[in-house]
Ligand binder design. Sequence first.
Ligand code: GLY
Length: 244
Amino acid sequence: MLTTNDIRRGFLDYFGAAGHRIVPSAPLVPQNDPTLMFVNAGMVPFKNVFTGLETRPYGTAVSAQKCVRAGGKHNDLDNVGYTARHHTFFEMLGNFSFGQYFKAEAIEHAWTLLTKVWGLDPARLTVTVYHTDDEAFDLWRKIAGLPDDRIIRIATNDNFWSMGDTGPCGPCSEIFFDHGPHIPGGPPGSPDEDGDRFVEIWNLVFMQYEQVDAGTRLDLPRPSIDTGMGLERIAAVLQGVHDN
Ligand code: GLY
């Protein structure tokens, strides 16, 4: 059985072999972001790279970032203890492209890692796309061969990801694992979606905009990729249990 250490290492090595710089987790308290008390996603340490304020000596990166979601826009606190999948502290596995690749490569990498490297059964995976994102819909059909009824269009903020009230943002595509009919819950977009049967394991964010204030959204200098996969959730899946 893969341990969480094996899974973290496997993720970093997969993207490292695909040319991504392996970047250590930043501290939980953001070093240069007064808008957040704690890092709440893997992209936070790269916020200024997405917006073009900062450059790094690499164009793609991969990390396992320590995160806390106990307040602010991404607040999981009320779910902790009630679901099998929420934590206050967790690690987010993520690959990032700063203008180097976009939707097709992000989907290709995610599908390859989940189904070919880790061997998940494609029949147990369902994805969502932002309701107007025909490009992502077509890519999932073409790359993963998913039938139309397992590519669900979602019109809410669940499929438009932002780190906070301001900062980089864009439409996203989430990958769900079906733990099976013995667990209560329904597919994304259904009345029972909050159950633990269909668990979101990976979010691919197609970063295209910067929210500057409530009324101003600018284009990013280059379309970019930010992904986030909860280490503890994928560990439950790969270890054949449904509860983190
Ligand atoms: N930044 C992607 C996520 O937190 O889901």
